[in-house]
Structure formats: structure tokens, C-alpha cells
Write a protein that binds this ligand. Structure first.
Ligand code: GLU
Length: 266
């Protein structure tokens, strides 16, 4: 088996140290196993993604010394595939329509990485939610046996209940993060999903989607998060210093590796 890892940023802002750590960890894991490293642009949310941020991702990763396979998969170019997966789930009877306001939906939904700042209160068209009851009925005993392996945490039962009936079909942008990511991890033969601990909970839902869609479950490595000097998570929207801020301030990519305590290997 050839190890294949991926870094899957959303071009909604400039990359910060946390992204650098994630990308370097996934890249290093692939290199240590003589595997492949994939860069995937997760740009389904056209309301928040910008081309200049995508170009900045390429520039910043290259500056860090990371190389990736080309062509790069852009999710915005594969919307029909995610829609097909959504249709399949709907045909299985595991989705239901939710016509609450977007704010109401956002409050009830998992705070998915691409959808965590919804503040609108106007009525919205229906969204499609995954019914855990229907999923359980469909999978039977397999539902309770769902599990995943995390290289740090070991074998872990998958308990989608912690996220509840998540939104998979968004009327504004078509599909939600969970569905697109599961389709692409399978399409790109990702063997090891290396990403931050902030996405550990998302894995429970994604493992269920893999079972429903007959897709393989990769192994996971949820790494620790880079925190600022007050112990808070870095975030684009909180104005955390970007990699280009460091670069413009005269720091080298080796300085970044040193800051992150990563030893560069040939
Ligand atoms: N696109 C997601 C983000 O930027 C990451 C998805 C993943 O690694 O599964 O937070």
C-alpha cells in the first residue's frame, strides 16, 4: 500500500502557523513512508473563497519547501460529484429537509470548518440533514460497530451522535463540507488523513458517511494544534499572524520550522 496524505485548506484567508504545521505534518508523514502528498483546494463555499487566497496557498507552501502532485483538485470543479453523493443518500432515505432559518440551522449544526460564521436571520430555502435514526436503521449492527483508527488515540468507536443530524445539503452552496471531504478522500485514495485535533469530532460523522456510501475509511492522525502565546487557537478570522506576515517581516522558512519545532529533513 502506498501511503497518501493530503492537506486540504479552504482559500478563505492567508495561511497561518497552524496551517503550516498541518501541511508539514502531512507532508512529512508521506515522505517518511515514501508516499504521496496531495494538496486539495476546498473551495465549495464561493461566498467565502477568493482566488488570491488560493494563489497564496501555493506560494506559501512552496516557500515552506513542500511539493505536491499536480493537477491540484479544486472542489468547485467537482460539484456534480458531491451532488450525486447527496442524491444517493436521499434515495437511500437517510436525508430529510430542514426549512429552518440559516441561523437556526447553524446553531443546530456542527460548527463545520467552512460554515462557522452564519449570522443571517432571514428565512432560507430548505437544507438537507442526515437522519441518524434512518442511518442506523439502514446499517443495522454495522452502525454500532463503526470505528476508526487514529494514530495518536488508537482505535476509536465512531459516535455520530456527538454531532447530531448534520446538514449535508446546503441550499446556498449545494453541499456541505462533510460530504465533499468524504467523497474526495476516497476519490484521491487517501490512506492517512492528517489534520488538526479540531476536526477529531468531524471524523465521527465522516466515518458514518463512508459506511453509507460504501467508501473505505482511511486511518487518521489528528495532530495537536498550534496555540498563540495566550493558549488560544490560531484563526484567520481572529487576525492571527499569517505566514506571509512572517515572511514580509524577514523570517525565513527555516525560522518557521524552528518556531514549529519541526526539523527539516532532506
Ligand atoms: N478544508 C478544511 C479546513 O480548511 C479542512 C478539511 C480537512 O482537513 O478535513 O479547515
Amino acid at each position: 500500500m502506498t501511503v497518501r496524505t493530503r492537506f486540504a485548506p479552504s482559500p478563505t484567508g492567508y495561511l497561518h502557523l497552524g496551517h503550516a504545521f498541518s501541511a508539514l505534518t502531512a507532508y512529512g508523514f508521506a515522505r517518511d513512508h515514501r508516499g504521496d502528498f496531495i494538496l486539495r483546494i476546498e473551495d465549495i463555499d464561493h461566498t467565502r473563497c477568493r482566488p488570491q487566497f488560493e494563489q497564496a496557498i501555493f506560494d506559501d507552501l512552496a516557500w515552506l519547501g513542500i511539493a505536491w502532485e499536480t493537477p491540484v483538485l479544486r472542489q468547485s470543479e467537482h460539484l456534480a460529484d458531491y451532488q450525486a453523493a447527496l442524491d444517493r443518500l436521499r434515495d437511500m432515505g437517510v436525508l430529510y429537509a430542514d426549512s429552518r432559518t440559516r441561523k437556526g440551522q447553524a446553531e443546530a449544526a456542527l460548527s463545520a470548518p467552512q460554515g462557522d460564521d452564519n449570522t443571517e436571520t432571514s428565512p432560507a430555502p430548505p437544507a438537507w440533514r442526515l437522519s441518524l435514526d434512518a442511518a442506523r436503521a439502514r446499517l443495522g449492527a454495522r452502525y454500532d460497530a463503526l470505528q476508526f483508527t487514529d494514530l495518536n488515540a488508537g482505535d476509536h468507536p465512531a459516535r455520530p451522535e456527538i454531532n447530531g443530524d448534520v446538514i449535508l445539503g446546503r441550499k446556498d452552496i449545494g453541499v456541505a463540507y462533510h460530504l465533499a471531504v468524504v467523497v474526495d478522500d476516497a476519490r484521491q485514495d487517501i490512506t492517512h488523513v492528517v489534520r488538526g485535533q479540531d476536526l477529531f469530532d468531524a471524523t465521527h460523522t465522516q466515518v458514518l458517511l463512508q459506511a453509507l456510501l460504501d467508501l473505505p475509511t482511511p486511518q487518521y492522525l489528528h495532530h495537536t494544534l498550534v496555540l498563540d502565546d495566550q493558549g488560544r487557537r490560531l484563526a484567520k478570522r481572529k487576525g492571527s499572524k499569517s505566514l506571509r506576515d512572517y515572511r514580509d517581516g524577514g523570517r525565513s522558512s527555516d525560522d518557521i520550522l524552528a518556531l514549529l519545532d519541526i526539523t527539516a529533513k532532506a
